[in-house]
Write a protein that binds this ligand. Structure first.
Ligand code: ZN
Length: 437
């Protein structure tokens, strides 16, 4: 049994094969719910009770729901729109004589498990930039067909491959796209999909996509398998909570950031001033000054939502035995003493009270102390927006594989927790006590 939320998550993932598509998918859901698109280049005249969103680079998005009265703070979440994959180079394919292989020319985007991309049908998705009537505009492209494959070398030609293999992105992972001169130009296919002429394409950002469909698996239907669970399961779960929540006295903020997989350092990444600039612009548009903005920050809370490593069934020794989450065990609070994750005693306590109200189980994650783990949005965003922040996620296996695994029971926990969070506002009293109101 797939369940309504899991089914909708898999539809969301299928509709979001690139960060540009993720933002487009989220934009459509926001507009269905009455959110109005803001233009970065036009004045913002936000109204109490208003719902707004805007996008940057068509790959990051921030949505704001304003309270009817004077806002007391910001209640926020941040997830990421991108996933590790291969990006097509500007000249995306080799030319070939009759009978020869035609290969796509790619480079790695993010830190994927390279072997997981081999021997699967692959598609292509992203955007093309075209000139129309003197304007440069972006068109989404999703070549949703079995276009290419990265073939393994046969075991007979590399008998030691199962002892470990170092993949070379310039050699081992170039996709086979066709045979000889009959293979059509990839950009011609993209142009046809976008309804333009190939000659009109002035630029492109195109990525390989894993075309395997998501599914529920396991003898007891306890597993959910899909591409891009990191981080689209959190992007979707936080959005559900954001849209389902009752109104609060805080400005509720939904953030979706690109380029997390490459370190967030881009104009649309969490390391940019995007979140800070947006919050300030919203506060000033409501007639506040710098002092008012700083007071909002004092009563603000950010949930950085990105998946966590579940204890591996074949390799439990890779997990900290006392701080390892399991699939279907509820929300994971993620900890790191060196601030790769932002969770501290205060933010953990605040998130635990939310989960208690939502009747959602909580588990924890910390790396083995002799291993260096990943990092994510929260600590990076905090350098510009210093608010209490917790790092959470859903437990998953095979993070950064082309096809990942999580528990089928966990998404409802995230939605319930985020719905409760977004219905609340943080309030700090004169003695420093914190409460959700
Ligand atoms: Zn992630």
């Amino acid at each position: 049994m797939l369940g309504t939320l899991n089914r909708r998550l898999l539809e969301f993932i299928a509709a979001s094969p690139s960060p540009f598509h993720t933002v487009d998918t989220v934009s459509a859901l926001l507009e269905q719910d009455g959110f109005m698109r803001l233009c970065a280049a036009a004045p913002w005249q936000l109204q109490p009770g208003g719902r707004y969103y805007f996008t940057v680079n068509d790959s990051s998005l921030i949505a704001l729901h304003l309270p009817e009265g004077t806002p007391t703070g910001f209640t926020m979440s941040a997830a990421h729109s991108d996933s590790p994959t291969f990006k097509l180079k500007e000249h995306p394919q080799s030319s070939a004589a009759a009978g020869a292989y035609v290969q796509l020319q790619t480079e790695r985007y993010g830190g994927m498990l390279m072997g997981s991309w081999l021997d699967r049908p692959l598609g292509v998705a992203g955007r093309v930039l075209v000139e129309k009537g003197g304007r440069v505009i972006s068109r989404l492209v999703h070549l949703d067909q079995d276009l290419a494959v990265i073939p393994s070398v046969a075991i007979h030609m590399n008998r030691s491959v199962n002892d470990g293999y170092a993949y070379n992105a310039a050699v081992d992972t170039l996709p086979l796209y066709g045979m000889g001169a009959d293979a059509p130009s990839l950009l011609a296919l993209a142009a046809e999909h976008a309804g333009v002429d190939e000659k009109e394409i002035l630029g492109h950002d195109l990525f390989l996509t894993c075309r395997s469909h998501g599914t529920v698996a396991g003898s007891d239907a306890s597993l959910l398998l899909s591409p891009r669970l990191d981080d689209l399961s959190c992007a979707f779960g936080c959005l559900e909570g954001f849209l389902n929540a009752d109104s609060s006295t805080a400005i509720t903020v939904y953030g979706l950031f690109d380029n997390e997989e490459t370190g967030s350092e881009s104009k649309q990444g969490a390391a940019s001033t995007l979140l800070r600039d947006t919050l300030r612009r919203a506060a000033f548009s409501l007639g506040m000054d710098e002092e008012g903005y700083q007071r909002l920050l004092a009563n603000s809370f950010l949930v950085s939502a990105d998946n966590a490593h579940a204890k591996h069934p074949n390799h439990p020794e890779l997990a900290d035995p006392h701080n390892a989450p399991v699939l279907n065990g509820g929300i994971v609070l993620k900890y790191n003493a060196n601030q790769r994750y932002t969770t501290d005693g205060v933010s953990a306590a605040l998130m635990r009270t939310i989960c208690r109200m939502a009747e959602v189980p909580v588990q924890v994650y910390a790396n083995r102390s002799d291993m260096v783990g990943g990092s994510t949005l929260g600590s990076i965003a905090n350098t510009h927006v210093p608010v209490r922040t917790v790092d959470i996620g859903l437990a998953q296996l095979a993070m950064h594989s082309a096809y990942e695994t999580m528990g089928s029971a966990d998404l409802p926990y995230l939605v319930d927790a985020m719905t409760t969070l977004y219905s609340k506002a943080l309030c700090m009293d004169q003695e420093g006590g914190l409460s959700w109101v």
